[in-house]
Write a protein of this length. Structure first.
Length: 515
């Protein structure tokens, strides 16, 4: 089918050119303006000899240029590769070389990470584009780069002309996974899969053109780009964008812009609630709140509910974003559930032999449908391991109740066996994260002469606090079976994290020591 994601802005610019596509730092960007900017970028790319299938990368914070580059790539068949701005030079180098990127657009704030790797990546001379971030103190455009706006602004706003048509099965983007246990893998997402994700999100939220979305998720994440920005533009609605997330500003934006849908992760909500910024904020415009995850404390959900905000938890991966969500009507009735499969996703639980498990039995969460990624970039063996006969193996363990609602338990690789019993660290972590002395926690299985393996909890305490093993066990008493209690406790200042905010359990296991 000859169609592409770039058609979204072309169609919207014709139908509703004066409608607000998004608001960036309180400046309205209309659909008409967005399409003109997208065409300028697309025509520039073509003038530089870029052609269908070439990869281009961005190292950008949230900004209008990010969206224009993404949509321009879609219009002319380039493969868009957003890079996590929290990465260091070595990580950036790996991803640029892995995908063979020919062009890189970067904000001035990240020039120091780009400069050292120029001689060891495939980005061509003349294809480093520097973009001012708008914050004073960062260096001017280096001599080895060109100023983004100086070269883009002189291009035509006419629709770009391409020699090769773009098919819905063609790659749209490569989004790299966090690489918790090794080098990150590039999930390849097609134009067609992205359209189905658009439709799925539109159905989750009953989205209309009058809706206003508020989310400060980074656009370089699949959540920010494919769960918020692209579906909103597809439907002709509007979203609020800022350079970065700030709890107080987020609360002010609720009052100022009256959003109907909010998407924020658990960590973001925790910071917002701690700041007290929501006190006395009018939230009556909000119809849906999406977010959460398996480590979302019940206490946080209740605190939000007290303020009239009811979070619908869901489940998704880079390989298959937003594959399920908990319906709003079931937030209380199915507390702790990650919901029901989306309209374009089929999900079930299966055992190690590939058999579907009965309700209540733990197994791997697997999925199929038109929203699943095409595969991993240049990793055919990993693709075959992950997608078997069209079925995506998520690597996450969970179960389904008798009503068909799903619950996540843990990552399969994080489970350990103690005295012949399966122990799922995430179940214990989810309880401990509610302890007033604990800011963060991660549990791994460690060798034990008697039980084979026992748990060890690495705990980051809240400022000025400390905690003992006895206090941990007392808090867990009556909440989980005693064999699940961590036998060892170690307080640490910080947990090792990936650039996307996931805990590196493999690193904890590698450096583990028993006191």
């Amino acid at each position: 089918m000859k169609w592409n994601i770039g058609k979204i802005t072309s169609k919207r610019a014709t139908a509703t050119p004066d409608k607000t596509a998004f608001v960036f730092e309180d400046i309205n960007i209309t659909y008409g303006y967005l399409n003109e900017e997208t065409n300028r970028v697309a025509n520039y790319f073509l003038s530089k000899g870029l052609k269908k299938g070439d990869r281009i990368s961005v190292l950008l914070a949230n900004c209008p240029e990010f969206m224009a580059i993404y949509l321009a790539a879609a219009k002319i068949g380039l493969i868009f590769v957003p890079l996590n701005v929290r990465m260091v030079s070595g990580e950036i180098k790996y991803q640029l070389n892995d995908c063979g990127s020919r062009l890189l657009v970067f904000h001035d704030a990240f020039a120091g990470n780009v400069e050292p790797l120029r001689s060891s990546v495939q980005v061509e001379e003349g294809k480093y584009l520097w973009l001012k971030i708008g914050v004073p103190g960062f260096p001017d455009c280096p001599e080895w780069s060109v100023d983004y706006h100086q070269v883009i602004d002189e291009n035509s706003t006419d629709e770009p002309t391409v020699n090769e048509s773009i098919d819905m099965d063609d790659p749209l983007a490569i989004i790299y996974t966090s690489g918790v246990t090794g080098n990150p893998k590039g999930a390849v997402l097609s134009h067609g899969q992205t359209y189905f994700k658009n439709f799925q999100m539109i159905m989750y939220t009953d989205m209309s053109a009058d809706d206003i979305f508020l989310s400060q998720l980074p656009l370089f994440h699949s959540g920010g780009l494919f769960i918020i920005a692209t579906p909103v533009l597809c439907r002709g609605a509007s979203f609020i964008m800022r350079l970065k997330f700030e709890p107080e500003q987020f609360a002010k934006d609720i009052e100022k812009y009256k959003p109907t849908v909010i998407f924020a992760l658990t960590t973001m909500w925790r910071l917002i609630l701690q700041s007290k910024a929501l006190d006395n904020i009018d939230v009556r415009s909000v119809k849906y709140i999406l977010g959460g995850g398996e480590r979302t404390p019940i206490s946080l959900l209740k605190e939000l509910a007290e303020k009239g905000l009811y979070m619908q938890q869901g489940f998704g991966q880079t390989e298959n974003s937003a594959m399920m969500i908990l319906p709003k009507k079931d937030i209380i009735r199915k507390e702790g559930s990650i919901g029901l499969p989306g309209f374009f996703t089929e999900i079930w639980i299966q055992d190690i032999d590939g058999n579907r498990t009965p309700p209540g039995e733990i197994g791997e969460i697997v999925a199929t449908g038109p929203t699943v990624m095409s595969g991993y970039w240049n990793l055919p063996d990993k693709t075959k391991e992950t997608i078997v006969d069209g079925v995506l193996h998520t690597g996450d363990l969970g179960y389904m109740d008798g009503d068909g609602y799903f619950y996540i338990v843990d990552r399969a690789k994080d489970m350990y066996r103690s005295g012949g019993e399966n122990v799922y660290p995430a179940q214990i972590e989810k309880i401990l994260i509610d302890h007033p002395k604990i800011e963060n926690v991660s549990i791994i299985g460690v060798p034990d002469d008697k039980w084979g393996e026992v748990g060890k909890a690495f705990i980051v305490c809240t400022k000025g606090e400390s905690i003992t093993k006895e206090e941990v066990h007392e808090y867990l008493s009556g909440k989980i079976a005693k064999y699940k209690f961590p036998a060892h406790i170690e307080m640490i200042d910080d947990l090792p994290m990936t650039a996307t905010g996931k805990i590196k359990k493999a690193e904890l296991k590698k450096t583990n020591r028993l006191e």
